[in-house]
Design a protein around this ligand. Structure first.
Ligand code: MG
Length: 259
């Protein structure tokens, strides 16, 4: 049995088409992309809605106080509702009930629900170099979109972005841990060691991908939710930071040359 293994592997290898053979030889075959605030704008819609929310409750507290209560509610509810706009909307309602001592008018609740619905239909605004970079890498690498958030909303945004066909797979997950990346990169690629995750969140995109054994590429966005903040893993050999997605192809070339 043991003697047969090498020839079997060789046979499998020769049966691959040329581009697959090239991929096998490379030390990087699979690239995961975060979506929100990596490929398109997202956090800015949360910030705008929060401003509206705070204005609705201006009689019951100042901006900083109401925002802090809302953040507390979001933190409490994350494990119950998960990430996304629907959970955010419920947390706004909960906060409105709290800060008004249970006397929030139904008209304000209606306004909050309307603000949430508006968020769920906001237009897609791609970030600089997102499309050209994804187009450039598609075909040469297996591309996987890996995102948290509401299933319907993420599917809508992906469809509207026009980027869907460039990805080999889409994974909408409830959380992004090292185990999540190990599973996804094994299912859609050659394991985390030959994979890279690209995203704006150190906590969700970069650190757990490195923990799983892959590359973690940070593309900072000026607006990143406070609950996504962690210290950068500066000592990690597979950690890199780039200014925007336009720098990604060059970075990948330099990494794959290292061997
Ligand atoms: Mg993101």
């Amino acid at each position: 049995m043991i003697e047969n293994c090498p020839s079997q592997i060789r046979f499998d290898f020769l049966n691959l088409n040329h581009s697959d053979r090239m991929q096998r030889k490379r030390n990087l075959t699979t690239i995961g992309f975060d979506a929100d605030d990596t490929l398109w704008q997202n956090e800015q819609f949360f910030r705008m809605t929060e401003k509206r929310f705070v204005a609705m409750l201006a009689d019951h507290g100042d901006e900083g106080e109401i925002s802090a209560r809302l953040l507390d509610a979001e933190r409490r509810n994350l494990a119950v509702y998960g990430f996304g706009i629907k959970g955010f909307t419920l947390s706004m309602i909960e906060t409105a009930i709290e800060v008004t001592g249970g006397r929030v008018p139904a008209s304000v609740i209606a306004d909050i629900l309307a603000a949430g619905r508006e968020m769920l239909s906001h237009p897609i605004e791609a970030l600089p170099h997102a499309r050209e970079t994804v187009e450039k890498l598609a075909g040469a690498y297996r591309l996987v979109l890996i995102t948290k958030g509401d299933l319907f909303d993420q599917e809508r945004k992906l469809a509207q972005s026009g980027l869907g066909d460039l990805f080999d797979a889409v994974e909408i997950v409830s959380d992004k841990s090292a185990a999540t990346y190990a599973r996804i990169f094994s299912r859609h690629g050659d394991g985390p060691e030959k994979s890279m995750m690209v995203g704006n969140s150190l906590k969700s995109d970069v650190v757990p991908a490195i923990e799983a054994g892959g590359w973690g590429i940070h593309v900072p966005h000026e607006l990143t939710w406070v609950l996504e903040h962690v210290e950068p893993p500066v000592g990690a050999s597979r950690f890199r930071q780039i200014a925007d997605l336009g720098d990604l192809p060059g970075l990948i070339e330099s990494i794959t040359e290292i061997g």
